[in-house]
Design a protein around this ligand. Sequence first.
Ligand code: VAL
Length: 389
Amino acid sequence: AKVSYEGFQVWRLEVSEEQKPAVNSILEEHNMDEWGEGKDWIDVLVDPKLRHGVMTSLAAKAIHSSILIQDVQRLIEQDFARVAKKNKALKIVFDDYNTWEEIEAYLAGLPASDDRTSLVSLGKTVEGRDLWQLKISVGAGKKAVWIDCGIHAREWIGQATCLWGIDFLLNNYGSDAGATALLDAYDLYFLPVNNPDGYAYTWSDDRLWRKNRASYPDNVCAGVDLNRNFDDHFGGAGTSGNSCSETYRGPSAASEPETQHVQAAITALAPEAAALFSIHSYSQLWMYPYGYTSDLPPDAAELDRVSAIGVEALTAVHGTPYQYGPVSTTIYPAASTTIDYSYAAGINYSFTLELRDTGTFGFLLPAIEIVPTAEETWAGLIAGILAIP
Ligand code: VAL
């Protein structure tokens, strides 16, 4: 049976920077699932069993909160009910969410039907799925751009935005100015489902699963947060040693096969890679290193310049506001992430985006928002990449 979120709500806590340490310790003490964070707010999933205790603790600290999502289970059921009705038999669609099997079948079929594409497995996951990487290239001798989506399983708009982008570039090269300029200048390396075990698990068992599916005999809970497992400042800020935490870093740096394969591929591509984008949701943010420290990286001014160009092009499409800046001060400190690793590996233009929305639906973004989200994100990505000298 699927995990039920009956009675669960998402709350937005109004928290100043000064109050954050106290609030974070309340959330950690109850092992609560933080959904998002901004300068003066934290979104958190509230278990009905904890509601009273959490309310009391927050009231004692004079923290104001409001309900962002009234009925989490209802949103989850609406999504699954709609998808079940489609009965699409392994047919990929770009305006709705797709299962792992549908995505894998689509990727596997592409190289035979389109000679601009090639597919490799970077290696196997904990449960033996392939980390498929799709390369799009219209000619030899180009620099590379890496785009990965879905390292956090439940952030479904990410995987959907990667897939939409693949379809968009293949169908519009030669007709759309942006798609053409991008592929004339760069080979694109897509990892559309960066955490396949987790993604399959969000469909089969638990829609809100974030981590991979590792299980260690000594651990109480399953899963490692792959975006805290990279071999860069391992064990640093914003990582947890508690296996039941959503930000559990794992037993050691790059302990997870998924991390090992992705690190090896990033390192191998780094000499020819102009940029790397790691796509998440939600909060509408465009960020650059570092996550592990609030110190600025050597390229901060240049990364800020490219971010501004990307965000301006993104917002121009549907008016969606974005903020930009370094990870640690724009969302929260987070060590051992993909982009701190890729930046250290020499990919100077390393970015991570948090796509729509700002909490109205959070991870449960309705399918109707997939196409507009992908349109604006790709306008931003293309403008940002083309701004790289
Ligand atoms: N929000 C992401 C995470 O929690 C990144 C961007 C820090 O892993």
